[in-house]
Design a protein around this ligand. Structure first.
Ligand code: NYM
Ligand code: MG
Length: 214
């Protein structure tokens, strides 16, 4: 039996990631695992949650960046164990969110290169589905959390795109990162796109055993 596949759903806020990650994990069967980042249930996740929801809770940008990264390292071994047992793991956000949101702040020194360092050594997803809803960042009515403003989301979009284009190897990008345009599509229509892309990938790459790392 081959190892399970690590499948990541990424995107800006309000693009339906959590809904789609949940539906994908369900479709992959009872053996699959769904892991969301940030995981607010751990001690580190509690600090992240406070930072996101309480404007009076201040942390240096470098410090909160490292907490988001530490929150991934907390479950790095658990993810690998699931994959080795043959379970597929669906991630709701991961390293790409980590670098894109922090780099979007425009803080001197906090560039993509710096931001990636704390995640170097984490498993790379076998397949990343980047959900994009043209203009999602231009809409009104974002939530109340830190980062949920139209102006900031536009900057995050640019950082995701720079990262995929300039930091990822082009052949890796072609095979392993798929951009799904979801504008004007229903939840079920987007799920169909997610599923057809995932199942085609899993057939083509059924035999991969080696792991890839950031
Ligand atoms: N976020 C998420 C980061 O800034 N860095 C990270 O490493 C991760 C995983 O947290 N606006 C940001 C993106 C979101 C916020 O995530 C909360 P969610 O998926 O909205 O709960
Ligand atoms: Mg959010």
């Amino acid at each position: 039996m081959g190892r399970g596949k690590l499948i990541l759903i990424e995107g800006l806020d309000r693009t339906g990631k959590s809904t789609q990650a949940g539906k994908l994990a369900e479709r992959l069967g009872p053996n699959s695992q769904l892991i969301k980042f940030p995981d607010r249930s751990t001690k580190i996740g509690g600090l992240i949650n406070q930072y996101l929801t309480d404007p009076a809770f201040l942390l240096p940008d470098q410090a909160i960046h490292l907490l988001f990264s530490a929150n991934r390292w907390e479950v790095a071994e658990e993810i690998k164990t699931h994959l080795l047992k043959g379970s597929n793991v669906v991630l709701d956000r991961y390293v790409y969110s980590g670098v894109a949101y922090s780099a979007a702040k425009g803080v001197p020194g906090l560039d993509l290169q710096w931001c990636l360092q704390s995640d170097v050594g984490l498993l790379k997803p076998d397949l990343t589905l980047f959900l994009t809803n043209q203009g999602s960042e231009l809409r009104q009515g974002f939530g109340e959390e830190r980062y949920e403003s139209s102006a900031f989301q536009q900057k995050v979009r640019e950082q995701f795109s720079t990262f995929f284009n300039d930091f990822e190897d082009q052949s890796y990008k072609q095979a392993h990162i798929k951009v799904l345009e979801t504008s004007d599509k229903s939840i079920e229509q987007v799920h169909d796109m997610v599923w057809s892309t995932t199942s085609a990938f899993m057939q083509e790459y059924a035999d991969i055993q080696d792991f890839m790392y950031f």
